[in-house]
Design a protein around this ligand. Structure first.
Ligand code: F6P
Length: 324
């Protein structure tokens, strides 16, 4: 293998740049030519690909976002789109791919590898942490800390005004961000897609807390089965017997996706990037380079996207126990 290409796809996450940097520099260190594909599968289809050198990735390890840009490509979902992508890669003689992204990225990579056989190794880049085959995904730690910093600030104003705040965090299909910043931020409740939200329990606890707690924080993952934070707040409001109580909603949104990556995300991104290049050189394909128990582990794309990663039951128990 002489030429490999790297791209980022799907929602960006802090630490993707550290991962790109590690891919480029490990590749060069091991004697490969490394190319960067802009805007994920869109750029692959359009042939928006350029050779990178060590200097191309200077001064990016501390930056959020992705220097290669990202996109969600509908054309790549079609056989015609994937054929165009293959032709772009073939024209440049690319013999291996490194895909940095989440489950949508790996779904595309799996199909493409099965159809065209270009060896591909993934790196888990998503703030959601919902990828099987790695303890943590690149960007999760930064997103949790961003959300936590916001919750700490909300707690100040919630306490000052005796308010109940519903704070919506990202996580369309997964509640990892909600659970971690719920524990770290001392939330009264956390609502996540993985568990059935018991609204009556929430209402009863809010009522029982009323005498000695003037304010409360409830963290809602955006994918909770009961709806978004505004909808859930409206339901709770009709059930408490003091509707005059001040309820507020704060949706944190895309601030969770940006910002300088934490040390953990820079190190994880760097390790996964190096693992992906070394995996390709060793003949691995159709799999992701993740970190489990502090070791690089390769997991097939089929398992990464097919198996679910549960929230640790201790984490859910902690929220309930620490809320007495
Ligand atoms: O997958 C990461 C994620 O940030 C999810 O938590 C969120 O639901 C989604 O992306 C938002 O995507 P977009 O930026 O395309 O609206």
């Amino acid at each position: 293998m002489k030429k490999i290409a790297v791209f980022t796809s799907g929602g960006d996450s802090p630490g993707m740049n550290a991962c790109i940097r590690a891919v480029v520099r490990t590749g060069i260190f091991r004697g490969l030519e490394v190319y960067g594909i802009n805007r994920g599968y869109e750029g692959m289809i359009e042939g928006d690909i350029k050779q990178m050198n060590s200097h191309s990735v200077s001064n990016i390890i501390q930056r959020g976002g992705t220097i290669l840009k990202s996109a969600r490509s509908s054309e790549f979902r079609t056989p015609e789109g994937r054929k165009k992508a293959y032709e772009s890669l073939k024209a440049l003689g690319i013999e291996g791919l490194i895909a940095i992204g989440g489950d949508g990225t790996f779904t595309g990579a799996k199909i493409f590898y099965e159809e065209y056989g270009i060896p591909t190794v993934g790196c888990p880049g998503t703030i959601d942490n919902d990828i099987y085959g790695t303890d943590f995904t690149i960007g999760f730690d930064t997103a949790v800390n961003t959300a936590l910093a916001a919750i700490d600030k909300i707690r100040d104003t919630a306490a000052a005004h005796d308010r109940i705040f519903f704070v919506e965090v990202m996580g369309r299909d997964a509640g990892f961000i909600a659970v971690e910043c719920g524990i770290g931020g001392g939330a009264e409740f956390v609502m996540v897609p993985e568990t059935k939200t018991d609204l009556d329990a929430v209402v009863n606890t809010l009522k029982s807390h009323r005498e000695f707690r003037s304010s409360s924080i409830i963290v809602v993952a955006e994918g909770d089965e009961l709806g978004n934070a505004n909808e859930i707040m409206a339901m709770v409001k009709t059930k408490v017997d003091n509707p005059a109580k001040d309820f507020k909603v704060t949706t944190l949104g895309h601030i969770q996706r940006g910002g300088a990556p934490t040390a953990r995300d820079r190190v994880l991104g760097s390790r996964c990037g190096m693992g992906a290049v070394d995996g390709l050189i060793a003949g691995k394909a159709g799999c992701m380079s993740g970190v489990i128990n502090n070791e690089i582990v390769y997991t097939t794309f089929a398992d990464c996207i097919g198996k679910s990663k549960p929230i640790h039951p201790d984490h859910l128990a902690l929220i309930e126990i620490l809320n007495i």
